[in-house]
Design a protein around this ligand. Sequence first.
Ligand code: ADP
Ligand code: ASP
Ligand code: MG
Length: 456
Amino acid sequence: MTPVAPTVMKFGGTSVEDAAALARLAAIVAARRAERPVVVVSAMARVTDALVRAVARAGEGDAGGAMAEAAPHLARHGEAARALLPPAEAAEVEAHVRDAEREMGGLLEMIARQPGTRLPLHDAVVSFGERLSSVLVAAVLRANGMAGVAVDARRCIRTDAEFRRAAPLPDETRRCTRAEVLPLLEEGGVPVLGGFIASAPSGATTTLGRGGSDYSAALIGAALDAREIQVWTDVTGFLTADPRVVPGARRIDRLSYAEAAELAFFGAKVLHPRTIAPAVERGIPVRVCNAREPDAGGTRIDAHAEPSPAGAKAIAHKGGITVVQVTAVGMLGVYGFLKALFDVFDRHRTPVDVVATSEVSVSLSVEETDALPALLPELRALGTVDVEEGNAIVCVVGEGLRTTPGIAARVFGTIRDVNVRMISQGASRLNLTFVVKDDQAHEVVSRLHAELFEDR
Ligand code: ADP
Ligand code: ASP
Ligand code: MG
């Protein structure tokens, strides 16, 4: 008899943040033991932020200050271990914490002495969040009668050498993940991997970008041909809007892969934007669940595309967007102009989110602006360039937008007093995306939510 396909269960930062969260995690995994769980964990909440600050302090030459940022957060692993584990197991976790402290201290001193090492060592320093949380979680599972085994995810997820936002090498990742994880599952173990962290061909530690543990879970799920990829977090699934902006946002039972990918891409932080692709490739459903209310249901994401009667299913938004406008009278119709324009963004590895063209100009929205100082002179060779910071993208998503007439009129009618900078009825036809000023985004999202999702 072939064994059941494993289930990947990813727990985010708040779901491993302290002893109480870890006890809930153990109960959730124990209740699903028959599903052959493979556990993927984030760093404890706030740890990665602290480690990023530590790298910055070290980069300013202050190794002592850097360690002072990190140390209290490393100590949290020991505190949780003492609260939850038998003394011998707790002592073992504490020994890991001391080793981490020593190794990290060396890295931070190196960065402080030689600022040129800051980027290549950044990921090695921040990786300790997930390295320690995975060791701790495996021990907590053992203390609860399961065969938890910590697996160093850097031996599984293999990437290029682009520090801070490395791209996975799919074949290598599949081969290595299977080689590391399948034998453990066959012995009845519960493998526990840190999300977010990976390694380059040189062996150097890399990371997948902030929030990347969801992506790790999807890559591991795809590599193992998992039955389901579960993302356990602090909300009861995908909601109709960001609950920090719309407190009355409601849970969505089902989303198609395409809808979830659009929402994640346009700012719904509950899933890292790259999470959906590996799941689509292998046809694995993704489920978003609440670790604080494990029986409250959640959102199931799969290939099934069902329009909701209202047309729209959710609103996403992201701020910190810069609009770049290139005006080139007489050039737009000219063959090759748009290619030349996009080639500039490509060369500087700067993704463009929304594009709008008129007779004489092209507007593009970008989120990553690190390369703009180098990129703008090349754009100026093509036309007059205007740069406007402080914008936000708002995106209304739903398979039903394809077939619901009048949705754009309803959306823009609701915000008729707001200056809308760019509009794009997404190429996929399941989104309506536009750009407004950052300081109006929350107001726009709230009003649209009331119009599209709240009974009046
Ligand atoms: P984790 O640490 O578990 O990865 P995150 O903080 O990365 O959790 O993601 C969960 C958060 O995403 C929620 O607490 C919520 O504030 C935010 N969020 C933004 N948009 C949405 C949405 N549409 N649905 C649910 N959560 C959302
Ligand atoms: N710990 C990482 C971060 O805070 C990855 C994650 O939590 O998904 O960005
Ligand atoms: Mg997250």
